[in-house]
Design a binder for this molecule. Structure first.
Ligand SMILES: O=c1[nH]cnc2c1ncn2[C@H]1C[C@H](O)[C@@H](CO)O1
Ligand SMILES: [Zn+2]
Length: 361
């Protein structure tokens, strides 16, 4: 089957579970905000700055990829900056046809100029609220839920988990940990995860990206993660290929598939950090064929120069996926969202299925 073109995918309804607020700024916004706060950038022309981010993140290492965030986090230290970035994030995702998005960021990284954690969360919430209202008025409605992230090398996860629960009725739908994975296992934050479980709250964990199976195993079996951020290295627990008819799932891979634990796969990001050799060789193909609960995500649109539509177009081209597969990925994501069941179902039945029915014809 011919690949579906990017321009055809843009109007299709899409659901996004893994997108970092500080990884999705418009280059022009960074230039303006940096000027206002006196932060020095590697380039001051927006197009050149955008290219710089993609090239610098294209490093083959998660640690070097993460260094680029110094320039986005630096301009997100005021209420005005946070409001603007969140508003534009909602608008940009909506313009790309995303109808549901969970966007994450780490409040503890935005305190350098004196904001409190609550001021940070309030400013982002106000920005998303404004962006959602404008997107709806433009005829491209989107619902954005926030995940609060704690940095895994730091020691504030309990505090951030409590913050997330406190804001559960004000736009925050879940919790996450992110940052360098090797050397910082999920169990370092076990108290926070046990607290969240006692609060009946939802969380995902970045695991199985720059470190392998032990990280995934801890995230699921020790910490109780609802979903896996990336989880791409789960393929280390799978031998053979479906074509050879010899595929064997190890105990952990079988558990993840049996329990329908969602994988927040981020193809372009994984190629940049070295977690996958190329899009064509990305394990998403195998995981799809084996019917894992696969979702496709952007991770960091700025650092990867990407969007949901572009990620889907790349997958369509690499694996010959048509509308049926793109709808499957979208419904998988929506089923795995952290908002209540009835609200997920309404988006699936009222927006996603009718949207793809029109496209499939
Ligand atoms: O893919 C990722 N893996 C681990 N950490 C990440 C990834 N993308 C972004 N981050 C970090 C950098 C950001 O500053 C932080 C909060 O969004 O999360
Ligand atoms: Zn991520």
């Amino acid at each position: 089957m011919a690949a579906i073109a990017y321009s055809d995918i843009v109007p299709a309804p899409k659901a996004l579970l893994h997108d970092h607020l500080d990884g999705g700024l418009r280059p022009a916004t960074i230039v303006e905000l940096a000027d206002a706060v006196g932060h020095e950038l590697p380039a001051t022309d927006p197009a050149a700055l955008g290219e710089w981010f993609v090239a610098a993140a294209d490093s083959g290492s998660l640690e070097r990829y993460l260094e680029t965030f110094a320039h986005t986090v630096a301009v997100m230290q005021t209420e005005e900056g946070l409001f603007r970035v969140a508003r534009e994030c909602a608008l940009d995702l909506a313009a790309d046809g995303v109808v549901y998005a969970e966007v994450r960021y780490a409040p503890e990284q935005h305190l350098e100029r004196g904001l409190t954690l609550d001021q940070v969360v309030d400013a982002v919430h106000a920005g998303f609220t404004a962006g959602m209202a404008e997107a709806a008025a433009q005829g491209t409605p989107i619902r954005v839920g926030v995940l609060l992230t704690a940095m895994r090398h730091a020691a504030r996860s309990q505090e951030i988990a409590e913050l997330a629960v406190r804001y559960r009725d004000s736009g925050v739908v879940g919790f996450d940990i992110a940052g360098a994975e090797a050397g910082f296992p999920p169990t370092r934050h076990l108290d926070a995860f046990e607290y969240l479980q006692r609060e009946n709250f939802h969380f995902t964990i970045h695991a199985g990206e720059a470190f392998g199976l032990p990280s995934i195993w801890q995230a699921i079996q020790w910490c109780g993660a609802d979903r896996l951020g990336h989880g791409v290295r789960l393929v280390d627990d799978i031998t053979g290929t479906p074509e050879s008819g010899e595929t064997v799932l190890g105990r952990l891979a079988a558990y993840v598939r049996d329990k329908r634990i969602p994988l927040e796969l981020c193809p372009s990001s994984n190629v940049q950090t070295g977690a996958a050799p190329s899009i064509a060789e990305h394990p998403i193909g195998l995981l799809h064929d084996l019917r894992f609960r696969v979702t496709v995500n952007t991770d960091n649109r700025l650092m990867s120069g990407t969007s949901m539509s572009r990620e889907m177009a790349l997958l369509s081209e690499a694996f010959g996926w048509g509308w049926a597969e793109l709808q499957w990925l979208t419904i998988n994501a929506m089923k795995s969202a952290f908002i209540p069941y009835d609200e997920r179902l309404a988006i699936i039945n009222d927006v996603i299925k009718p949207g793809y029915a029109k496209l499939i014809g």
